[in-house]
Design a binder for this molecule. Structure first.
Ligand code: PLP
Length: 394
């Protein structure tokens, strides 16, 4: 859905696109209600339940009356736990006063961009990309500058191209690793070079690391591993993906001290604060019991990824890289000879497989589809057979 130019719609909303995953989900649900069998590979959320310790704590905190407004920046105990967790994982000491909690990481992205970026500024990001970046940039009156992620580079971007796109108007660079929609993971060297460019041109870096704990190999490098960057780094993370807590709406940012008051003020004036019992329950996310549940989930994702990648690569016209992180496949479908939107539409209607066209992540996504593998192995195996049969009808 895109807002067209209409007299009663604010100009800043015109041309803004929404997250296509939600639209595809509601269309797929409607077909299911009509009795169709649909395999859901469109929405980006773990199919696992929230780990039991977090659920039990949430119920307890509700009973204990954690039902009132929280402080705008978040419950101090949670902010402290986040700072401790990240300081342990990376060789950097994070002050809990720089942790800002929001209802979901998406709100954090929105709050950062709106409190830092001015009309006329340019913001560079690697694309195909999570659509909220471009929407937030445009709504702030700034100019999105996408640079292409290359399949031939395992969906990493060229640092030279990034450097070429920096102008006097560039304010911020957004990076997202592990990445949605490609599953690509940047290496520490990429992030270090990005840090060098940011320092050289006095730019801010928004690093969206929401998939940081969902990877299939070595722990992905974080912008927090880059020396001398924290004063210009806006780190975004949250509980949605790692802890299967999408519906709890809980995200956070590490925001430098000089911009923190403006970003906090944005949260104050928009959502006031984040649900109190949700924040209290999330303290259980950093315990060993929850950690075990998360590891089990990731092991399961890895099995599904391997089966799905092999299955897609056995279908003529489809070529799929094995992603190192997140829970998405981004196969190249140019061999099918049709635009990705046509494939997505027909896959849903004719094969009962709900997935997203690459263009849901911007124009650089043409020629690709995004399949989430946050669904059971059984459903993934059926989806492969449905896609295989569908392709023979093209
Ligand atoms: N960042 C990326 C890259 C995502 O893929 C998503 C969700 O799909 C988010 C942020 C938002 O997460 P949340 O549900 O915490 O708002």
């Amino acid at each position: 859905m895109k807002i067209e130019a209409k007299s009663r719609t604010a100009r800043r909303m015109q041309g803004i696109a929404g997250e296509a995953a939600f639209q595809m989900l509601s269309r797929a649900n409607e077909l299911e209600r009509q009795g169709r069998s649909i395999i859901h590979l469109e929405i980006g959320e773990p199919d696992f339940d929230t780990p039991e310790p977090v659920v039990s704590a949430g119920i307890e905190w509700l009973k204990k009356g954690a039902t009132h407004y929280a402080a705008v920046a978040g419950v101090p105990e949670l902010r402290q736990a986040v700072a401790r967790h990240l300081s342990q994982q990376h060789s950097v000491s994070i002050d809990w006063k720089n942790v800002l909690v929001t209802p979901g990481a998406k709100m954090m992205i929105f709050a950062i961009i709106h409190s830092i970026v001015d009309p006329g500024d340019e913001v560079i990001f690697a694309a195909p990309a999570y659509p909220a970046y471009e929407a937030a940039i445009r709504m702030a009156g700034a100019t999105p500058v996408p640079i292409k992620l290359e399949e031939s580079k395992q969906f990493r971007f060229s640092l030279d191209e990034l450097a070429r796109n920096i102008t006097a108007h560039t304010k911020m660079i957004i990076v997202n690793s592990p990445q949605n929609p490609t599953g690509g993971v940047l290496e520490l060297e990429d992030l270090q070079r990005l840090g060098d460019l940011a320092r050289k041109h006095d730019l801010l870096v928004l690093s969206d690391e929401i998939y940081s704990e969902i990877s299939y190999g070595e722990r992905p490098a974080s912008m927090l591993d880059v020396p001398k960057i924290v004063d210009r780094l806006l780190l975004v993370n949250g509980f949605s993906k790692t802890f299967a807590m999408t519906g709890w709406r809980l995200g956070y940012g590490i925001v430098p001290s000089d911009t923190f008051p403006a970003t906090e003020l944005f949260v104050n004036n928009s959502v006031s604060s984040t649900a109190t019992f949700t924040q209290r329950a999330a303290l259980e996310a950093f315990t060993p019991d929850t950690g075990k549940a998360v590891n089990d989930m990731i092991r399961e994702f890895q099995k599904r990824r391997d089966v799905f990648v092999d299955g897609l690569n056995s279908i003529p016209g489809i070529r799929c890289l094995k992603p190192s992180g997140a829970f998405y496949l981004f196969p190249n479908i140019t061999g099918l000879g049709k635009r990705s939107e046509v494939i997505a539409e027909r896959l849903l209607n004719e094969a009962g497989v709900a997935a997203l066209p690459g263009t849901a992540f911007g124009r650089y996504g043409e020629g690709y589809m995004r399949f989430s593998f946050a669904n059971s192995l059984e459903n993934i195996e059926s989806a492969i057979e449905r896609i295989r049969n569908f392709v023979t009808t093209l």
